[in-house]
Write a protein that binds this ligand. Structure first.
Ligand SMILES: NC(=O)c1ccc[n+]([C@@H]2O[C@H](COP(=O)([O-])OP(=O)(O)OC[C@H]3O[C@@H](n4cnc5c(N)ncnc54)[C@H](OP(=O)(O)O)[C@@H]3O)[C@@H](O)[C@H]2O)c1
Length: 247
C-alpha cells in the first residue's frame, strides 16, 4: 500500500510537533505545517537531527490564499491526504477581559473563532475531497474538556474563559455535524481533549508533556475501519484507554 500522508496544522512546536513526531513512528509520511516558514523549517531540522524525516509546507489556517496554495502543493506533490490533525489554536484566556462575560471583547471572541473554529472548517473542507476520492480519512480535531457543556457548571478547576470555551464548543459541534455527513464512509472524524500540557499555551506548571497529550491524537489518526465516528474523547492517559466525554 502507498504510504499514508498526514497533515498536522500548527506543528512546528507544542502539541502539533509532538503529534507530527509520533505519527512518523507509524510509518506515515508527515507534513509539518506552520504559518511562518522559518518556524516550520526549524522544526523539520530538529526532527532531522533525530533521523526523523518529515516534509514541510507553510500553512496559515486562517488564510484562504494559504490554504489554497497548500492544497495545490499537496495535490501536485502527493495527490492525497489520509490524515488531518486540526491542532492549530489560540487561547486568549490570560487576558483580564476573559475573566467575565461582561468584559469579553467581541474582537477577541471573533479572532479566537477565526483560528479555532472557522479555520478548522476551512482546511477540512479543502482536504476532504482527497479523502472522499479514496474513501479513507482520519480527521482529528483538538478541543478541551472545558468545552463539555455537561460539565461546565461544576468544573471549578478551570477559568471562565468564554472566548476559548465557546470556540472549542464550536469545534465539537463541527465534529458532530461532519460525522453525521460522513456516516457509512471510511472517513472517521473525532475530537479530543489532550489535557493540560507543558506548551507555550499550557505553561510550565502543567502536569503533562506535549508527547503525552499527543498519544490520543495518534490513536484517533490511525483508527481501524469501523472505529468510532463523531465522538469527543478524553486523553487516554487519564483513563488508561479511549473514553468518550459528555458533550
Ligand atoms: N496546552 C494545553 O494545556 C492545551 C489543553 C487543551 C487543548 N489544547 C489545544 O491544543 C492545541 C495545541 O496547543 P499547544 O498547547 O500546543 O499551544 P501552542 O504551543 O501555543 O501551539 C499552538 C500552535 O498553533 C499554531 N497556530 C496558531 N494560529 C495559527 C494559524 N492561523 N495558522 C497556523 N497555525 C497557527 C501556532 O503557530 P504560531 O507559533 O505561528 O502561533 C502553534 O504552532 C490547541 O488547539 C489548543 O487549544 C492545549
Amino acid at each position: 500500500m502507498t504510504q499514508r500522508v498526514a497533515v498536522v496544522t500548527g506543528s512546528h512546536k507544542g502539541l502539533g510537533y509532538a503529534i507530527a513526531r509520533q505519527l512518523t513512528q507509524k510509518e506515515i509520511q508527515v507534513i509539518v505545517t506552520s504559518r511562518k516558514e522559518q518556524d516550520g523549517r526549524a522544526a523539520q531540522q530538529r526532527l532531522s537531527q533525530e533521523n526523523i524525516q518529515v516534509d514541510f509546507h507553510p500553512l496559515d489556517v486562517t488564510s484562504d490564499v494559504s490554504v489554497q496554495q497548500f492544497t495545490t502543493w499537496l495535490q501536485q506533490t502527493y495527490g492525497r491526504a489520509d490524515i488531518l490533525v486540526n491542532n492549530a489554536g489560540i487561547n486568549p484566556t490570560a487576558q483580564p477581559e476573559e475573566a467575565s462575560l461582561l468584559t469579553v471583547q467581541l474582537e477577541t471572541m471573533r479572532s479566537t473563532f477565526e483560528t479555532n473554529v472557522l479555520a478548522v472548517f476551512r482546511i477540512t473542507q479543502a482536504l476532504l475531497p482527497f479523502m472522499k476520492a479514496q474513501n479513507y480519512g482520519r480527521i482529528v480535531n483538538v478541543s478541551t474538556e472545558m468545552a463539555s457543556l455537561t460539565s461546565i457548571g461544576d468544573d471549578f478547576f478551570y477559568p471562565l474563559a468564554p472566548s476559548y470555551r465557546l470556540s472549542k464548543v464550536g469545534v465539537n459541534g463541527l465534529t458532530a455535524i461532519l460525522a453525521k455527513e460522513l456516516q457509512g464512509t471510511n472517513i472517521l472524524v473525532n475530537v479530543y481533549s489532550p489535557g493540560w500540557m507543558q506548551t507555550d499555551m499550557g505553561g510550565s506548571s502543567a502536569p503533562f508533556t506535549a508527547a503525552e497529550g499527543a498519544e490520543t491524537a495518534v490513536y484517533l489518526a490511525t483508527l481501524p475501519e469501523g472505529g468510532p465516528q463523531g465522538k469527543f474523547f478524553a486523553e487516554m492517559r487519564k483513563f488508561g484507554g479511549a473514553i468518550a466525554l459528555p458533550w
